[in-house]
Design a binder for this molecule. Structure first.
Ligand SMILES: Cc1cc2nc3c(=O)[nH]c(=O)nc-3n(C[C@H](O)[C@H](O)[C@H](O)COP(=O)(O)O)c2cc1C
Length: 384
């Protein structure tokens, strides 16, 4: 694939909702439906993030149509077949999915949702894959990246990357179950546990086991979330395997997207914290793909609106206010690393524990910024 480069602005921008959108590839313009243009220009997935990316977050971040797929937080499998309520908790989108539906769960705006499983017991994972499939799941993902000590102590997530043979056994058991029902199984890998020596062996093991696509978070478990992400290692994996590889890790801006694609050679990417920091990131990338133009920086008012809508949804779901406040702080904490206004706002609200006051402060602080006043009227909701 040729390196992806920024191009001179052109005037053929089409709204994302347009049934016919335009794209550019290596300087050549073409048009098609969003799905065909997205897959020709490079798909964009939303990364699974336990404790952060729940159904409400998926709904909010996928609403503008710029994402191609989302992944649930992991469902942890030990040895038992889990009851349906566990799958519904992780993937509430299943509640509106007919069992046996060809499409599987989707966000309210229609973006497909993949269910992620984490575990090390091939038999138990296959049994739970069957359970998920019986409830309507059409795409499964296997987690080989979780760095959490409790998970790794119990032999799940990244700890399996120490033994490619075990990666193979887990993937092949679940892929067998998937094949029986025409359900695709993907694997999400880091580059290794302590070092990168087994990066290619693990990717090849996942492919031989039957994974149809690999998502590679370009860091080892030991590297945690520390920059840099080693996108060039994804290129090594991509050239070693025959299945599509999706690049993941440290894509925070449009420029990061170009670099990640150029260095990894991957067409498709998965965005994690970058989407929380800038809810327009996928839309920004999509807009550039389709028009060659850059979108303006995301205004604070958009970030604030996303936080308020999230609070509103969680409140409607019956979550206690103090938990909503801590989720909002967690999200704002990711935003503040990348945006000066969010950083100042975080300082202003960091000690607040009451939801109504927290939201008032968010608003009161926001009114000092002229760009925020325009959208204030749209956000009248406040907890009683
Ligand atoms: C809070 C948090 C929770 C995460 N939970 C999961 C998870 O449930 N499953 C998974 O495969 N990866 C998980 N990840 C890893 C992300 O999916 C992603 O690979 C990683 O954050 C790198 O991408 P980014 O730099 O774009 O955030 C998590 C990451 C974070 C920061």
């Amino acid at each position: 694939m040729a390196a992806v480069r920024p191009e001179a602005p052109v005037s053929n921008s089409a709204p994302l909702s347009s049934p016919l959108v335009h794209g550019r590839q290596d300087g050549v313009r073409f048009a098609g439906t969003p799905a065909t243009v997205h897959s020709a220009l490079g798909r964009i997935g939303l990364a699974p993030m336990e404790g952060v990316v729940d159904a409400e977050t998926r709904a909010l971040l996928s609403a503008d149509g710029a994402l191609d797929w989302c992944v649930t937080e992991f469902v942890r499998v030990v040895d038992a077949r889990l009851p349906p309520r566990v799958f519904l908790r992780h993937c509430p989108e299943l509640a509106s999915t007919e069992a046996g539906s060809a499409h599987g769960p989707r966000t309210p705006s229609g973006v497909p949702v993949t269910l992620q499983l984490l575990g090390s017991d091939p038999v138990a994972l296959a049994a739970n894959a069957e359970q998920a499939i019986s409830m309507g799941v059409r795409r499964l993902d296997l987690n080989f990246g979780c760095p959490a000590k409790t998970v790794n102590r119990h032999d799940g997530g990244a700890s399996l990357l120490r033994t490619p043979e075990r990666v193979y056994r887990v993937v092949s058991a679940v892929a067998e179950a998937g094949k029986r029902h025409g359900v695709s199984v993907n694997a999400k890998l880091r580059l290794g546990f302590d070092d990168k020596q087994l990066a290619l062996a693990c990717a090849l093991a996942a492919e031989s086991g039957g994974a149809e696509e690999l998502v590679v978070h370009a860091r080892t478990r030991r590297e945690g979330y520390r920059p840099p992400a080693h996108w060039e290692w994804i290129a090594r994996i991509r050239t070693a395997v025959g299945v599509p590889v999706v690049a993941n890790g440290d894509i925070w801006t449009l420029e990061d997207y170009w670099k990640a694609r150029s260095l990894s050679g991957c067409r498709d990417v998965m965005l994690g914290r970058g989407m929380l920091a800038d809810p327009w990131l996928a839309r920004r990338i999509r807009h550039w793909q389709q028009t060659g133009e850059r979108l303006a920086p995301t205004p604070w008012s958009t970030r604030r609106d996303v936080l308020c809508r999230y609070a509103e949804q969680k409140h409607a779901d019956g979550m206690a206010d103090k938990f909503i406040v801590s989720l909002l702080k967690q999200w704002l904490n990711i935003m503040r690393g990348r945006d000066a206004e969010s950083a100042a706002c975080f300082t202003a609200v960091r000690r607040e524990t009451d939801l109504a006051i927290f939201l008032q402060r968010l608003d009161a602080w926001a009114t000092t910024l002229p760009a925020c006043n325009a959208s204030r009227a749209a956000l009248s909701w406040r907890p009683a």
